[in-house]
Design a protein around this ligand. Sequence first.
Ligand SMILES: Cc1ncc(COP(=O)(O)O)c(C=O)c1O
Length: 379
Amino acid sequence: MKVSDFLNADLSTPCYVYDQAIILDVLDKINALTSRVDIKTLYSIKAANNIRLLEFIRPYVSGFSCSSLYELMLADEILEQGQSRHLTTPIYKDYEWQTIQTLANYVSINSISQWQRFSKNNLISAGLRINPEQSFARDIRYDPCRVDSKLGVNRNQLVQAFNDSMVSVDKIEGIHLHNNCESTDFGQLQQSVNIVLTILDEFSIKPRWLNLGGGYLFHNSNCDELITIVNEIRTRFDVDIFIEPGKAIVGHAGYIVSRVVDIINGENKKIAILDTTINHLPEVFEYQYRPNILNSQNDNGHEYRLAGCSCLSGDLFGDYYFAEPLNRGDVVVFNSVGAYMQVKANWFNGINMPATYLTDENKHFELIMQYDYADFRKR
Ligand SMILES: Cc1ncc(COP(=O)(O)O)c(C=O)c1O
């Protein structure tokens, strides 16, 4: 979409916008691929979980992948009968387990001790999360395979568990792995799957399902590599294969539309203070990541430091160039920020949450969420 599309819609800012057409485009691409080899796609709802958005995605996926009881309850509310509810979390809590058993179809268990506690159930299919010890993430905070990781059971831990008879092979119905983020290289998945297959051979584990996780973006990827991986798995096991992308589905589809509220002359730069804040896109601060801005340019032109409106001096989005000088009231649009913005947003300083709109191919903007003082007060 272009800046003029947002201007014409006369949106109240700051707001989040999700573009259905972009989401559909990705889902079509994923579904064209997965239908060639029978992979089931779960949308990982941790990436963005607005109810209308979930309802929109629902018909195009086999189910949702969740990371907590509340996400599971939400998934259960939205999904149709027959669609899958998967749950993967580092810990299952005793007081939640009863409800989880009634709502989930598949659970992935993260450690041997949790396996001993929670795998003995007859209601849901239990799988073990394996840590293939293959690190790809550039930032250690994103790396499930960092040294001394809390995520998944690695080979040494499995050896120990089998030696101590803590795990019975025939009870392992599924295997889960997730060890990447923002990757476009299915060769990395191949590498991880190879390790997992070796482990399965070594311990004679014969799972009924395999969840290959999320973390791959699909666009600009050689998706035939994924087909090769799946075909190879199927030469060894007759398994259902799941993938659970999050960012791939909603990342490019999300925008933050904001306005310039004030311009200050710093010693070296002009600072444009926006009506949004890093509260609304916390990964900018958490991971020092630089968001794209639709109406900025690479260099030359008029430079501004874009600042958020909270009291935090580091509430900054970065330095950007614009073709024309910015003025109070001008629109600044962040693009490709759809994953992990709404779900991580916070109320710091009591600044209201952005409204959320869903837009269709006719550029019709539907308001799907709005917050007010009562929400802040409850919080
Ligand atoms: C277990 C698991 N599955 C899937 C995902 C979704 O990852 P992404 O949004 O990078 O596709 C995550 C992200 O943290 C995850 O931890």
